[in-house]
Design a binder for this molecule. Structure first.
Ligand SMILES: NC(=O)c1ccc[n+]([C@@H]2O[C@H](COP(=O)([O-])OP(=O)(O)OC[C@H]3O[C@@H](n4cnc5c(N)ncnc54)[C@H](O)[C@@H]3O)[C@@H](O)[C@H]2O)c1
Length: 337
């Protein structure tokens, strides 16, 4: 059995609800593109908890692909065609459609998993918050980078997070032609903005950013400097027209430097006061199926009526930070938050 199969089996067992009979959550995956395909696969991974009933896809080629891969699932071209027969919807369309689809799901009292960013603007996200208060259901946002096993070891690296620290987050890749309906900030920086707040446990007080439109008519490269009340500082750099792929976090303070390679699942540590002859300690951490964990958490929140692991408030904060980064890029000025 492979490691991923073992992980799946473990998750499967832990969601069995100890013999209790629970009615299955009827699910629709909305948007069968690059990521929607994987969501549809994960939605079929917890057969005791959830049933993938529908795939909603607008494009003829996507409809054909969905029918071929999921012959037992009904494929429709509009969410209204299945809304009365589902309990929950996974919104995996391009970001510019998130608001209208999530709004529709909430108005119909359906649980929602929405891919990141939850909406294009914070004004839209705040409207969803009002709607969620009127229709209390589970709304989870897909900030999948939170599921790296490395963050569970944060306590053993606590010294690097003592202020003042400086974090550098870098997420760049050669052009792939995806997510060009939004700036690279909504597409990639959103992950790091969420991680930044999650890891430092505080929101920045200012941002100073610069960006360039390289290949599309939106920002393809943005680098932003953040200051925090505690004295911490951060730099996030994202680019979708770069020469190589890098996804990395580096944090330095008087204790030394810690690097987390989010692609290779490696942690490197260079302590200021290292006792041994080796100056850099290298450790690997477990590569996990983040999407599978997101599904597990979502179904458990619905079944157990508990708060989602990543809430709409988390999603709103990340989108608000996006707005401030873009304001700084457009004005060329430091923006106070
Ligand atoms: N969490 C992550 O790491 C991660 C990674 C990639 C993408 N995403 C997010 O997932 C979302 C989708 O990205 P993608 O790369 O899969 O995009 P994509 O363009 O490959 O796929 C989107 C699909 O949605 C379909 N669609 C559009 N409007 C629709 C509608 N009204 N109803 C039904 N289907 C509709 C399109 O035809 C397309 O097939 C984006 O919001 C993106 O930011 C998240």
């Amino acid at each position: 059995m492979t490691r991923l199969e073992k992980q799946k089996l473990e998750l499967h067992r832990s969601t069995h609800n100890e013999g209790k009979v629970v009615s299955k959550i009827k699910v629709a995956v909305i948007g069968y593109g690059h990521l929607g395909k994987w969501h549809a696969q994960k939605a079929e991974s917890f057969p005791e908890l959830a049933e993938l009933r529908y795939i909603v896809e607008k494009f003829p080629a996507g409809i054909v692909a969905a029918k071929k891969a999921h012959p037992n699932v009904t494929v429709v071209d509009d969410i209204s065609k299945c809304i009365n027969d589902i309990d929950a919807g996974f919104v995996v369309t391009p970001t510019s459609f998130h608001y209208e689809i999530v709004e529709y799901l909430l108005k119909n009292k359906k649980h929602v998993f929405c891919e990141k960013p939850v909406t294009e603007t914070s004004a839209q996200a705040l409207k969803l918050k009002d709607l969620l208060e009127e229709n209390p259901v589970v709304l989870q946002v897909g900030h999948s980078e939170r599921f790296h096993q490395a963050w569970e070891q944060k306590k053993s690296y606590a010294q690097f997070f003592e202020s003042p620290s400086h974090i550098t987050l870098k997420r760049v890749a050669p052009f792939k032609g995806r997510a060009t309906d939004v700036d690279v900030v909504q597409d990639l920086m959103i992950h790091d903005l969420d991680l930044l707040v999650y890891l430092f446990g505080e929101t920045p007080v200012s941002v100073d950013a610069i960006g360039f439109k390289m290949r599309t008519n939106l920002y393809d490269y943005v680098t932003a400097n953040f200051r925090f009340k505690s004295g911490n500082r951060a730099t996030i750099t994202v680019g979708r027209n770069q020469t190589k792929e890098v996804r990395e976090l580096e944090i330095s303070n008087k204790a030394g430097t810690l690097v987390v390679d989010l692609m290779r699942n490696e942690i490197q540590e260079a302590l200021g006061a290292h006792p041994g002859p080796e100056f850099v300690k290298l450790e690997s951490y477990e590569k996990r199926d983040h999407l599978l964990l997101e599904h597990k958490n979502f179904y458990q929140s619905i079944t157990n009526k508990t708060a989602p692991i990543i809430s709409l408030d988390d999603g709103i904060l990340a989108v608000r930070l996006i707005d401030h980064v873009l304001e700084s890029v457009r004005t060329g000025k430091e923006v106070m938050l």
